[in-house]
Design a protein around this ligand. Structure first.
Ligand code: HEC
Length: 141
């Protein structure tokens, strides 16, 4: 029988497919980049949010926690903790550490002032409003 599928055809299918999916990839990337400013709402970073971010970064909270999935996996995700717990719980929680409950993972006490706690909560609230398509899932860790 005659050969119907030539090398040239195989090459054309490969190249055509590569170009087609590259075009889809570029279009989707462009679409995502277009929407980043609205999704990350960086314009809503107030000075309290920036101070809270500095506190979170300089105290190495992500040495135990994750923020948007980045960090260590010893303690719960913090980017959505504001929605899970709310401001009152969060401040009381941070002040009450360590709990000393036997067999439970512990968090240190950072001796924050009330103003610092307010700034931290402002940052956690700002984080919780980034549109990440609900990733990571907001579950209690
Ligand atoms: C040494 C590790 C460690 C560090 C550093 C740490 N945490 Fe934690 N944190 C934990 C652990 C462990 C838990 C969960 C404990 C539990 O469930 O009993 C926790 C829980 C929390 C919770 C409650 C989470 C929830 O879902 O209820 C908040 C809020 C929190 N941490 C904020 C912070 C902030 C803000 C910092 C930095 C200033 C920080 N943590 C630094 C270990 C840490």
């Amino acid at each position: 029988m005659q050969q119907v599928f030539t090398k040239a055809m195989a090459r054309n299918i490969f190249l055509g497919g590569a170009v087609f999916f590259l075009a889809i990839y570029l279009a989707l990337s462009y679409d995502t980049w277009q929407r980043i400013p609205e999704r990350d709402h960086a314009d809503k970073m107030t000075s309290a949010v920036l101070r809270g971010k500095y506190l979170l970064d300089s105290n190495d909270c992500i040495g135990c926690h994750t923020v948007n999935g980045e960090g260590a996996y010893f303690a719960p995700e913090l980017a959505n903790v504001y929605k899970r717990r709310g401001p009152v719980f969060i401040k009381a929680w941070i002040e009450a550490q360590p709990t000393g409950v036997p067999g439970r993972r512990q968090m240190p006490n950072f001796h924050f002032t009330q103003n610092q706690l307010d700034d931290l909560v402002a940052y956690l609230q700002w984080l919780s409003n980034i549109d990440t398509n609900n990733w990571p899932p907001n579950i209690q860790g």
